[in-house]
Ligand binder design. Structure first.
Ligand code: SF4
Length: 688
């Protein structure tokens, strides 16, 4: 009998542990790992059916130059030469990497090191920009470091859980089950704040179907209400928090209950019920996700939530914290190594001291000294001719970025496009000059960090098929061919892990919480046997933050005027996930069982709007914006607010002729985080 191998789920930021057993050929049986702290043996439908997705039918198995098979040597030489030539002719900022929360921390580390320390640009960004970069910016503004100040254990100890902008029941199902278990065990109250009535709202103590984009008003109103009732934590405020001049005047002006209820389009009674519940419950966790982050005011929305927790002392204590839950399996690992264009490495920004410190550590020839292009700007720069060589790793921006038709134009236009991929064909890779076959989940080895800072191993269960290679190997081979052989002399992921850990601890005098010093000398066997562990036990438990004076910062954020309906685009589009699909369905689309949940992309329309538009359930409807249009099957749902529709993000040209949500939103981003606003796009809906 073959022993099971402990690994981590390929999908969301819950980061569930899996015990996988190879049973011959490519077959694998999957069960939840009872010893993993994130899931204690449970798995959702996506994780359960992972074994159906490891076949080779749709895989990219050989390096390809154009449509011709090539040797690894030839393909890698070409990539290295074209990048080196482009840098020599046009400078370091003429090249870019667009990477992914699907790659492992070790992959991220070497890609970040190559771009920021050796090429000398910070033009490496990730699809995690679309997921949680507003939370990163909000944490940095408030705490001085991008630290998630909560863990899943807090859900077991909270008396109130507020879910804001999160369909947790579908998008983080094991977390939702944990919340339900806490409710059953200790009567934890649940408030859901979401314009839509989703499955998460079923059985909640309160659902506030607020106007999209009114979250700042809601949280400022809560702060004003608690201030007026003298319900703030004066000791914590005095000891651990700085408020800029005028902050309290700002909160005390225009945030009374009635004004806030109007701004949020909810009843004053329901609003008061929420505020009273929050005020009466010191052990409150406010958990937020894409509904908060994916907004052109995402960072302010994050800080509006954090402000309330700071001012009421609901942080650094069991069962009390603001808690950003990430979408992807390794969005957090990417943040930790600095794989965002806006961070340098190991939770450091581009302050000159940090650039010098990291440069010393890497013995880097050409350090990036300023932030690079974030995702949306990166593709705009390609269209403008400023980026001349792009390497896309493990992601499909032709589908997932906003204004995706312009992204396709960029992919067609860029003089040199490399795509490292698991799949033979994606909407992005059809434009590639070079395609490099990457190892898939179940074949690669490394670490991932989930939403609550638990680091787990992904382990290989199956041999690498044909010529597929791990991403870290592909990146280091290109780096060596560009002349940096010694700096990228890694033999295995453990070598990279130790270097990453050493960097987190290097000249870290305690100013940064991310410090993996104990991992820096881990032997190869210990790395192989690594059990899941969480770093930074209870951040800020001592009331000290990662700012120069040790105090957190309140941010005076304001509600933006919510735009009324536009003449030609009178409805508002919200987007999101289905329970049983993942991103652009390259993996989940392989499972017939998962496809049964939702077989087609639907546009959900309120009955009132459907009647006005002459649409009935099952009709085909066209959703249009100035950026483009796509067809969806109509579904009439009173879970929508009137005037608002919802479509899923998953469908691509490979799967369907319609359902292309990504081409609809405007390429508008939050000014602090660069995260695109997917959640409220003016659209027109018509019966076809
Ligand atoms: Fe995988 Fe997320 Fe489901 Fe857990 S909750 S099994 S990590 S998809």
């Amino acid at each position: 009998m073959v022993d099971s191998i402990r690994t981590t789920c390929a999908y969301c930021g819950v980061g569930c542990g899996i015990a996988a057993t190879p049973t011959g050929g490519r077959a694998v049986t999957i069960r939840g790992d009872e010893a993993h702290p994130a899931n204690a043996g449970k798995l959702c439908s996506k994780g359960t059916h992972l074994g159906e997705t490891v076949g080779l039918e749709v895989r990219l198995l050989h390096p390809m130059i154009g449509d011709k098979r090539a040797s690894w040597d030839k393909a890698l030489d070409l990539v290295a030469k074209r990048f080196a030539d482009t840098i020599a002719r046009h400078g370091p900022d003429s090249v870019a990497f667009y990477v992914s929360g699907q790659i492992l921390t070790e992959d991220y580390y070497v890609a970040n090191k190559l771009m920021k320390g050796f090429i000398g640009s910070a033009n490496i960004d990730t699809n995690s920009r679309l997921c949680m970069s507003s939370a990163v910016a909000g944490h940095n503004r408030a705490f001085g470091e991008d630290v998630v100040p909560a863990s899943y254990d807090d859900l077991d100890e909270a008396d109130l859980i507020v879910l804001i902008g999160s369909n947790t029941a579908w998008c983080h199902p094991i977390v939702y089950q944990r919340i339900q278990a806490a409710r059953a065990a200790r009567g934890t109250k649940l408030v859901v704040i979401d314009p839509r009535r989703t499955e998460t709202c079923e059985g909640a103590d309160l659902h506030l179907a607020l106007r999209p984009g009114s979250d700042v008003a809601l949280m400022n109103g809560l702060l004003a209400w608690m201030d007026q009732g003298k319900l703030l934590d004066a000791d914590f405020l005095a000891r651990s928090v700085n408020a800029p001049e005028g902050f309290w005047d700002h909160i005390r002006t225009g945030h009374d209950l009635w004004t806030t209820a109007r701004a949020c389009d909810v009843s004053p009674a329901a609003l008061q019920q929420f505020y009273e519940l929050f005020a009466a419950t010191p052990r409150t966790v406010t958990m937020f996700s894409q509904g908060i982050n994916q907004s052109i005011r995402g960072t302010d929305q994050v800080n509006a939530i954090i402000n309330v927790h700071l001012a009421t002392g609901r942080i650094g204590k069991p069962g009390a914290a603001p808690f950003s839950i990430t979408g992807q399996p390794n969005a957090m690992g990417g943040r930790e190594v600095g794989g965002l264009a806006s961070t340098l490495a190991a939770h450091m920004d581009f302050a000159p001291d940090n650039v010098a410190r990291v440069g010393r550590f890497w013995a880097a020839p050409t350090m990036a000294t300023k932030p690079g292009l974030k995702a949306v700007d990166m593709f705009r720069a390609i269209n403008e001719g400023r980026i001349k060589a792009l390497w896309v790793m493990a992601t499909n921006p032709a589908v997932s970025l906003p204004d995706a038709n312009r992204v396709r134009e960029a992919l067609e236009k860029v003089p040199f496009l490399v795509v490292s991929e698991v799949m033979a064909t994606t909407d992005t890779s059809v434009h590639a000059h070079v395609r490099l076959p990457a190892a898939a989940w179940g074949e690669k080895d490394g670490t991932v960090t989930n939403s609550d800072r638990t680091i787990s191993r992904q382990r290989a269960l199956l041999p690498l098929p044909a010529e597929a290679k791990p991403d870290w190997w592909i990146v280091t081979e290109v780096a060596r061919r560009m002349g940096w052989r010694n700096a990228f002399a890694y033999d295995r992921p453990a070598d990279i892990w130790r270097e990453h850990a050493r960097l987190t601890a290097y000249q870290n005098d305690g100013a940064r919480l991310l410090n993996l010093r104990a991992q820096a000398t881990l032997g190869n066997d210990a790395y192989e046997a690594m059990a899941p562990f969480r770093w930074g036990d209870t951040p800020f438990a001592d009331g000290r933050f990662s700012t120069p004076d040790g105090k957190a910062r309140l941010l005076p954020v304001s509600q933006m005027d919510v735009q009324g309906p536009l003449k030609d685009w009178p409805m508002t589009l919200n987007t999101g996930r289905y329970r049983d699909q993942w991103h652009t369905m390259s993996r989940t689309g392989l499972s017939p069982k998962l496809a049964r949940h939702r077989e087609e992309p639907l546009v959900e329309v309120h009955p009132q709007d459907a009647a006005a538009l002459g649409i009935t359930d099952g009709d085909l409807a066209r959703v249009s914006t100035p950026q483009g249009d796509s067809l969806f099957r109509a579904r009439i749902s009173d879970g929508q607010r009137p005037g608002e529709v919802f479509t899923p993000i998953h469908w691509t040209d490979q799967q369907s002729t319609g359902g292309r949500t990504g081409l609809l939103p405007r390429p508008l981003v939050d000014p602090h985080s660069g995260q695109p606003g997917f959640k409220s796009t003016p659209v027109r809906v018509e019966k076809v």
